[in-house]
Write a protein that binds this ligand. Structure first.
Ligand code: SAM
Length: 312
């Protein structure tokens, strides 16, 4: 059975529609502790925790949109009210969406290890994760990783030990687990081991954020470009520092054009649409479409400024 649209509407949070950082009050309309699970998979563990701790508000972050749909259905079936789900890349969103000292627990269970060196940038566990957690956790609160990959858990243990903000518990093998995740059940059926890292934050440490805290730019050019001119920009790559941008497709609409675009800040990649609309005075306005609304990052701003520069 497919999850109902109302389940997704209720459980899915679209942070672009909120003033950041997210708070328990803004998302759940109540105060109290808040925890995040990174890569919640089917959401079974989130549901378990949410029922066990009804006063705590839980936010899950996952990459595939189907996980948001599946998780919403599970929460709805179990009538859970203290969970919300966010679609996106937790490597960036944990830091960008949550404020300093706002979380009471950050949990990550069986993340994808990305064992090949050339894929290492996809790993969620990194010194940057420890920096992020040192900012978003409340002092005294804990970060927890459970993994089936000893080397991955050992790396994570080292990243947190090397960050002086934390006290890290001794590396655990075969920890006691009150509830097994879906992935963990399969793993244990094969008699394979699990490993756990628990780090407690002693001292808050600030971490820089890069999402822009301003309204999106509206740019103007003196006339509407031709379809040929716009088409000549398709797949041309604009880059500066850690930002890159491309126009992927040009579509004509009644009053101008819609361009499908992609912009990346490091490996935080977003697809979005830019509208070129001809005004009555003949000028053409360039603006970012709100469906889907990208996070306003330096690369998104760079993308539309590059477009303007190409079209003047
Ligand atoms: C092996 S599964 C484990 C799922 C679940 N925690 C469990 O134990 O059953 C790893 C999960 O991490 C998610 N994931 C991978 N990279 C991610 C990222 N950058 N941000 C958020 N989720 C991510 C994947 O989509 C996948 O669902």
């Amino acid at each position: 059975m497919k999850p109902s649209a109302s389940a997704i509407e209720y459980y899915k949070v679209v942070p672009q529609q909120f003033v950041l950082p997210l708070t328990s009050q803004s998302v759940f309309k109540r105060s109290g502790p808040m925890a995040v699970e990174i890569g919640f998979g089917g959401g079974e563990y989130l549901a378990f925790m949410a029922k066990k701790n009804p006063d705590c508000s839980y936010i899950g972050i996952e990459l595939p949109p189907e996980s948001i749909a599946r998780g919403s259905k599970l929460m709805q079936n179990q009538s859970i009210e203290n969970v919300r789900l966010i679609h996106g890349d937790a490597r960036y969103l944990l830091r960008e969406l949550f404020g300093p000292q706002s979380l009471d627990h950050v949990l990550m269970q069986f993340p994808m290890p990305w064992p090949k060196d050339r894929h290492a940038k996809h790993r969620i566990s990194s010194p940057m994760l420890a920096e992020t957690v040192a900012d978003v956790l409340k002092p005294g609160a804990t970060f927890e990783l459970v993994s089936d990959q000893q080397w991955y858990a050992e790396d994570c243990h080292r990243f947190f030990c090397e960050n002086t903000a934390f006290t890290v518990a001794p590396f655990e093998t075969a920890p006691h687990r009150p509830f097994l995740t879906r992935y963990e059940k399969k793993w244990q059926a094969d008699n394979r081991e699990t490993f756990r890292v628990v780090a407690t934050l002693n001292t808050h440490q600030s971490a820089p954020r890069f999402f822009l805290n301003s309204a999106m730019d509206f740019l103007t050019i003196t006339s509407t470009p031709t379809a040929e001119h716009l088409s000549s920009l398709v797949n041309k790559r604009f880059a500066e520092g850690n930002m890159s941008a491309q126009v992927k497709e040009v579509m004509s609409i009644e009053q101008g054009f819609v361009l499908r675009m992609v912009a990346s800040d490091d490996s935080f990649t977003q697809f979005f649409y830019t509208r070129l609309r001809t005004r009555k005075d003949g000028n053409c306005v360039i603006s970012i479409d709100d469906c889907p609304y990208p996070y306003y990052t330096p690369a998104v701003r760079f993308a539309i400024h590059q477009l303007q520069a190409q079209l003047v």
